[in-house]
Design a protein around this ligand. Structure first.
Ligand code: ZN
Length: 87
């Protein structure tokens, strides 16, 4: 299937959590492909990667968005920006 976030085909779809607190708040959980999940975790600073600079306050800013649509759009923008910059 086509990943909503980077817009290309990837059959490895994972459930990710915005802050790795794994609370029941459904607005904290999103399905995205394994590639985007990895990128998000690096950019959010949830997983260390020497080659990827994390974005300050990314999690805090995402959690200030009140709807799933706004959060999905922000995630999409952040991930595609990262991918385009790297290519
Ligand atoms: Zn993806």
């Amino acid at each position: 299937m086509v990943c909503n976030y980077h817009g290309k085909k990837n059959n490895e779809i994972e459930l990710m959590n915005l802050d790795h607190k794994y609370l029941e708040n459904t607005l904290d959980w999103y399905y995205m492909c394994a590639k985007c999940h990895k990128i998000y975790d690096y950019l959010a600073g949830l997983v260390g990667n020497k080659k990827v600079k994390s974005i300050p306050n990314l999690i805090k800013n995402l959690k200030q968005l009140q709807t799933r649509e706004e959060r999905e759009q922000a995630l999409k923008d952040i991930i595609t920006h990262y991918i385009n910059k790297r290519n």
